[in-house]
Write a protein that binds this ligand. Structure first.
Ligand code: DGL
Length: 255
């Protein structure tokens, strides 16, 4: 991991199991362009998708302690799997605000015309109580079909998003949703927006694909304002990784 000098003042911390959370960061900087950010990729432990809840809570605690030690006063859990597993615990144990991810089931349920929405996410997210509560609350009037984006995180982490292999991997998880009649697909993992073009391609451009990141960015802005955490003296981004940082650097360069 890279070591960085301590930076005083309110910083915004963002973390994910890997580089996927950059899909959230890129929306955040559109509406908060002058803040100071530390992005942490836990790629030494990526993927989180099939790891136990306890393991993810432990990682989330360690990363939170690290981000706070670097001056972060608000943290975006830019990972649906970590939000589902650890957000409640973090909010109980720390007195800073946490902004988590929420699969966009509500807007999808409102916009579907076929009455069928597809959700792509990790096994951890789809199996979590949090997701089931969201579904019950907002999607009771529509049919929800789910599929793990099998191999998607690995594609993104290996920067392989538009090869024939990537197309085959994406097709295998998207086709079952299309066959079930979904006209709207929710991306419930922050890595998946980096496969947006491929998801649209394999679905023949016939579905609406929803990325919740812009809504999460708006929520961060609201919470940061309410807590007087905006500093307006950026832009600044420090990107750190618990393992190899080459994917992270490459993706930031191409954001
Ligand atoms: N990007 C993450 C998410 O939003 C985690 C993917 C993974 O590590 O499996 O769920």
């Amino acid at each position: 991991m890279w070591e960085i000098p301590y930076i005083r003042g309110a910083m915004i911390g963002i973390f994910d199991s890997g580089a996927g959370g950059l899909s959230v960061y890129r929306e955040i900087v559109k509406i908060l362009p002058k803040e100071k950010y530390i992005y942490f990729s836990d790629n030494a432990h990526c993927p989180y998708g099939e790891k136990s809840k306890e393991f993810i809570i432990d990682r989330a605690r360690e990363i939170t302690d690290f981000l706070i030690s670097k001056g972060c006063s608000v943290i975006v859990i830019a990972c649906n799997t970590a939000t589902a597993a650890a957000a409640a615990t973090l909010r109980q144990e720390y007195d800073i605000p946490f902004i988590g991810m929420e699969p966009a089931v509500k807007p999808a349920a409102l916009s579907t015309k076929s009455g069928v929405i597809g959700v792509l996410a990790t096994a951890g997210t789809l199996g979590a109580e949090k997701y089931h509560n969201t579904k019950e609350k907002f999607a009771s009037g529509v049919t929800v079909v789910e599929h793990v984006g099998k191999g998607f995180v690995e594609l993104v982490e290996s920067l392989d998003t538009d090869s024939p292999h990537a197309e085959q991997v994406v097709r295998e998880s998207v086709e079952p949703l299309l066959e079930a009649g979904a006209d709207t697909i929710v991306l419930g993992c922050t890595h998946y927006p980096f496969l947006m073009d491929m998801i649209k391609k394999v679905s023949g451009g016939k579905v609406e694909v929803i990325d919740p990141a812009p809504a999460v960015a708006r929520q961060l802005k609201k919470i940061a304002k309410e807590n007087d955490l905006l500093r307006d003296d950026g832009p600044f981004l420090e990107a750190l990784s618990s393992g190899d940082d080459s994917t992270l650097r490459n993706m930031i360069y191409h954001l």
